[in-house]
Design a protein around this ligand. Structure first.
Ligand code: HEC
Length: 102
């Protein structure tokens, strides 16, 4: 009983550190200059992005490409510039994190 409780606590600690790590990655890669999780800044709130694409299987690939190359027209006239500072793997990690926001 005690052991499984410990395991539970360890797992949830692990899960929250990785969520933190992704938020830190977003900060380090300058995404948070234009985005916030809960509010629209220059770009859409990440929780609005997550709501828009909920349940769409191809959204992840589409958004990874958009984060890397930039683009406009989905949320308004303001374009997102290309983000050449992120690798494909980093963009995927960030998009997964964005799509998990609620
Ligand atoms: C200079 C400001 C700026 C920066 C920096 C920026 N974004 Fe954006 N982002 C925008 C704008 C503006 C839009 C809306 C584009 C549109 O309407 O199509 C957007 C849209 C998005 C979307 C939704 C795209 C869609 O088609 O629905 C995602 C996901 C996203 N950004 C993630 C990121 C990530 C991850 C980073 C960091 C690597 C980042 N953004 C950096 C301004 C920015």
């Amino acid at each position: 009983m005690k052991r499984s409780l410990m395991l539970c606590m360890m797992l949830s600690a692990l899960a929250s550190t990785s969520a933190m790590a992704n938020a830190d990655l977003a900060k380090a890669k300058n995404c948070m200059a234009c985005h916030a999780v809960a509010n629209k800044l220059v770009g859409p709130a990440y929780k609005d992005v997550a709501a828009k694409y909920a349940g769409q299987k191809d959204a992840e690939d589409k958004l990874v490409a958009k984060v890397m190359k930039g683009g406009s027209g989905t949320w308004g006239a303001v374009p997102m510039p290309a983000n050449p500072q992120v690798t494909d793997a980093e963009a995927r990690t960030l998009v997964k994190w964005v799509l998990a926001q609620k």
